[in-house]
Design a protein around this ligand. Structure first.
Ligand SMILES: NC(=O)c1ccc[n+]([C@@H]2O[C@H](COP(=O)([O-])OP(=O)(O)OC[C@H]3O[C@@H](n4cnc5c(N)ncnc54)[C@H](O)[C@@H]3O)[C@@H](O)[C@H]2O)c1
Length: 253
């Protein structure tokens, strides 16, 4: 299992205060990485326990990934605090908007793109700059896309969200190509229906989502944690520019 170990590495997860991002932060810490999170809200209590339970260093920075100034301030503080030691970045912060295509407003779509597309791209860019500056040979960026980049989600009205996640998946190989020369790998994860605050807004759809999955259930955030640890670690050293779908088979039948 040594190739899965992240001992001595430093990771940054955006949107790590709860849900999938928090699970990714925990998974990376369980594998041995020091983990910082960027989020607009304070982390859930579970985050505080990670440092002692996993014997790693953790930190929370209040950062809005859709703001260039906020991102730069966060990356600056993180770089100082963690001695310029970034190896792993997981741009996970994301939002959804449930609105009919014909009624979608320009402002709502722009706000969504600011987080889901610009926020991911600019987070990955600033992370890559720090990795190049510190010379890590273990650089790994794991973009969080979605099953919604592969299919029209039958039960939801989320055209802008689907488009934004398609952008994340499409930018992945292009960024990977440019960063390969620095030994930084870039991959994405496409989760299916995961039980988080994002999906809690749709309690009436849960039974339909269960039927959509071959395994008849929603994912818990811990169900997708392993894909992130794998992509962050040397166990995936020959993977770059790829997407891993973790969806209980929703997109495969
Ligand atoms: N839950 C699902 O079914 C599902 C499926 C596929 C993909 N995803 C993706 O996984 C990621 C995490 O989603 P989740 O389900 O855990 O949702 P969530 O709402 O529980 O978590 C999202 C986190 O991102 C943070 N965030 C939002 N806007 C931000 C901003 N501007 N700057 C910094 N942080 C911000 C939120 O505060 C929150 O902590 C998202 O990118 C989402 O699109 C979720």
């Amino acid at each position: 299992m040594s190739r899965f170990s992240l001992q001595g590495r430093t990771a940054l997860v955006t949107g790590g205060a709860r849900g999938c991002g928090l699970a990714f932060a925990r998974g990376l810490a369980e594998a041995g990485a020091n983990v910082a999170i960027f989020d607009v809200i304070p982390p859930e209590a579970e985050f505080e326990a990670i440092a002692t339970e996993c014997g790693v260093r953790t930190a929370y920075y209040k950062v809005d990934v859709s703001s260039e100034e906020s991102l730069d301030a966060g990356f600056g503080a993180f770089q100082t605090d963690f001695d310029n030691a970034l190896d792993i970045c997981v741009p996970c912060a994301g939002i959804n908007r449930h609105q009919p295509f014909l009624e979608f407003t320009y402002a709502d779509h722009a706000a969504l793109l600011g987080v889901n597309v610009l926020g991911v791209h600019m987070t990955a860019q600033r992370a890559a700059r720090q990795m190049i500056a510190n010379g890590t040979q273990k650089g790994s960026i794991v973009l969080v896309a979605s099953m919604a980049s592969h299919i029209a989600v039958r039960s939801q009205l989320c055209s802008a969200y689907c488009g934004s996640k398609g952008a994340v998946r499409a930018m992945c190989p292009a960024i990977a190509k440019e960063l390969a020369q620095y030994n930084i790998r870039v991959n994405s994860i496409s989760p299916g229906y995961v039980r988080t605050e994002m999906t809690a807004a749709f309690p009436h759809l849960v039974e339909e989502w269960k039927r959509d999955a071959m395994n008849g259930r929603l994912a818990e955030p811990e169900d997708i944690m392993g894909a992130c640890v794998f992509l962050a670690s040397d166990a995936s050293s020959y993977m770059t520019g790829s997407d891993i779908v973790v969806d209980g088979g929703v997109t495969k039948w």
